[in-house]
Design a protein around this ligand. Structure first.
Ligand code: ADP
Ligand code: MG
Length: 573
């Protein structure tokens, strides 16, 4: 066991660490810090979430920063805005006792002018999302020509999000003789490519099994009919009154829908996904951190890397497409020495995927049974009684009111009073679970599981349609003719996406207040991103993916001249 001092960390930084309660380095920190500080090695580091990667690169990065130069010396690239803000905040707290070190977060979805103003004051370390930083470099607003350290945080996720070209462009402007530090939870082919392309003789550090889930997490799955999924979710939530959980959905639409239903049904829940504005996302995260929310419904990307350390449950409302994402999701719980439960809701056709995850994680799942209405009512009653008997009475405030209250409730005896108090809190469960059916699907598909056969058709995660051999996704925009929206603008904006020349555009329909757009379904996130940051005549554009079954076109709103659009599209191909 080593100490931070033995690893070569300076006393100012160690003081900041002890304020944070970091007493000794985590294994990844113990390995990475001396390599970066003393050996100036390039590093590829594979470690699961929660292993302390931020400090593993952050501490040496800060220590190696020259406060007397205002030039940008360190660059940290992260996949999402939230992660970017979190890493910047962490670095600031490490640098608390050092003077003259400025750390700046630069990310999309917020005012670029504001960030540029901050950047002009000088920032030795920039923590950025690739899209925004590339934009700023291209416009001459950021200068990376003096960078000595480049860090890829959550590199696998950045590549999954299609940031390859932005990363290339950013790194092209940095000096050759710099150190590159790559952190990733998984080693994919793309990550290996980056390592071989941008790094010289990188030292590989692996902590734990590359694909293992956290030791403190137990995995459960529940088999329910597809149409019962939401009700099953509610029962799981109701059966754990003190739940503090992230529920993962695959698409932004599902995320919003589940969150809306939960809110309507009285849960302290909200959603986190890419369609929210920056301030909406900040607000949601603040409420979740402060426990004003118990449940956060999120997409994988939105929740990536968020540091919420004491989740009781992670719920897979739908399983992710790949096993690495399952590891990530479940790694959000069972952190900081606590235990956690990772729950997956599956239908009978998906049970084989549980077996696949078990195989890869080398972990057994327990098959759970969706609790009956009666079980849940008992559990809720127990929790209510607990809270009732433990609640502190603030005598100062209650006592003066008591005589009046007592008078008004005089006609009730003790038994009636207790029953009424319980009913007050409890009726919603009694009502809801009266005659509640058994939701457990008895899997009579044993042989299917054992054969491990795949379901006939994989469900497509997005609304896509095959159009002349091209897969198009349809988007709805909340701007239209009245806002001065022109098809040229839509096509132009898509062409501006890095590599946008490859993004096929299908049918465009512009109505009075709204528009629909078909775009290449391989680039859904890029299309959403580019419009999320767009304004049409000053009005921020709202965009979302839509189902084929959704028909936003009303009879009274005939699409404009289709032939003209067709010509235009041809020109832009
Ligand atoms: P990762 O990036 O690997 O997912 P983080 O860097 O976000 O992990 O760290 C996870 C949590 O562990 C954070 O809350 C962080 O403050 C805490 N942490 C990191 N290093 C230490 C340490 N040496 N001692 C105590 N806590 C630590
Ligand atoms: Mg991290």
């Amino acid at each position: 066991m080593s100490t931070f001092a033995e690893l070569g960390i300076s006393s100012e930084i160690i003081s900041a660490l002890s304020d944070l309660g970091f007493q000794e380095p985590t294994p990844i920190q113990a390995q990475a810090i001396p390599l970066i500080l003393k050996e100036h090695a390039d590093i590829v580091s594979l470690a699961q979430t929660g292993t302390g990667k931020t400090a593993a690169f952050g501490l040496p990065l800060i220590q190696l920063t020259d406060p007397n130069s205002r030039a940008t010396q360190g660059l940290v690239l992260c996949p999402t805005r939230e992660l970017c803000m979190q890493v910047a905040k962490d670095l600031e707290s490490f640098a608390k006792y050092l003077n003259g070190i400025r750390i700046l977060a630069v990310y999309g979805g917020a005012s670029i002018e504001q960030q540029v103003r901050e950047l002009r004051k000088g920032a030795q370390i920039i923590v950025a999302t690739p899209g925004r930083l590339r934009d700023m470099i291209r416009r001459g607003m950021a200068d990376v020509s003096s960078v000595r350290y480049a860090v890829f945080d959550e590199a696998d996720e950045m590549l999954n999000m299609g940031f390859q070209e932005e990363l290339n462009a950013i790194l092209a402007g940095t000096p050759k003789e710099k150190n590159t530090l790559l952190f990733s939870a998984t080693m994919s082919k793309e990550v290996a490519d980056i390592a071989s392309r941008y790094m010289s003789k990188p030292v590989e550090i692996t902590v734990g099994d590359r694909n293992a889930g956290s030791e403190n997490v137990s995995h459960e799955y529940y088999v329910v009919r597809h149409r019962d999924r939401y009700h099953a979710l509610k029962r799981i939530l109701d059966n754990s009154p003190d739940i503090y959980s992230i529920i993962f959905c695959r698409t932004r639409m599902d995320t919003q829908e589940i969150a809306d239903k939960l809110i309507q049904d009285g849960y302290k829940a909200d959603s986190l996904h890419g369609d929210l504005t920056q301030s909406q996302r900040d607000l949601v995260m603040r409420k979740f951190h402060s426990r004003n929310l118990q449940i956060l419904v999120a997409t994988d990307v939105a929740a990536r890397g968020l540091d919420v350390s004491d989740l009781t449950h992670v719920i897979n409302y739908s399983l992710p497409d790949d096993i690495a994402s399952y590891t990530h999701r479940s790694g959000r719980t069972g952190r900081a020495g606590r235990t956690g439960i990772s729950v997956a809701l599956v239908d009978t056709k998906e049970v084989y995927r549980i077996r696949q995850v078990e195989h890869r994680l080398k972990k057994q799942f327990t098959k759970g049974s969706i609790p009956s209405g009666e079980e849940i009512c008992r559990r809720q009653l127990g929790s209510l009684i607990n809270r009732l008997s433990q609640i502190e009475i603030s005598h100062d405030q209650i006592d003066p009111l008591y005589s009046e209250v007592a008078q008004q409730l005089e006609h009730l005896d003790r038994e009636q009073l207790v029953k009424k108090i319980i009913s007050l809190e409890f009726n919603r469960f009694l009502e809801y679970y009266k005659n509640a059916p058994d939701l457990n699907q008895t899997v009579s598909t044993r042989d299917r599981e054992q054969r491990g056969s795949r379901p006939e058709r994989e469900r497509k995660p997005f609304a896509t349609k095959d159009f002349g051999g091209k897969n198009f996704a349809r988007f709805h925009l909340n701007v239209g003719r009245r806002d001065g929206l022109l098809p040229e603008y839509l096509v132009g904006r898509i062409n501006e996406v890095p590599g946008g020349g490859r993004i096929k555009v299908g049918k465009i329909e512009i109505m009075r207040n709204t528009a629909t757009l078909e775009g290449d379904s391989r680039f859904i996130s890029q299309i959403l991103d580019t419009f999320q940051q767009a304004k049409v005549n000053g009005k921020p554009v709202g965009i979302r993916l839509i189902n084929d079954s959704e028909r936003p076109i009303r009879k009274t709103e005939r699409p404009d001249d289709r032939k003209k659009f067709k010509r235009l599209r041809e020109q832009h191909r």
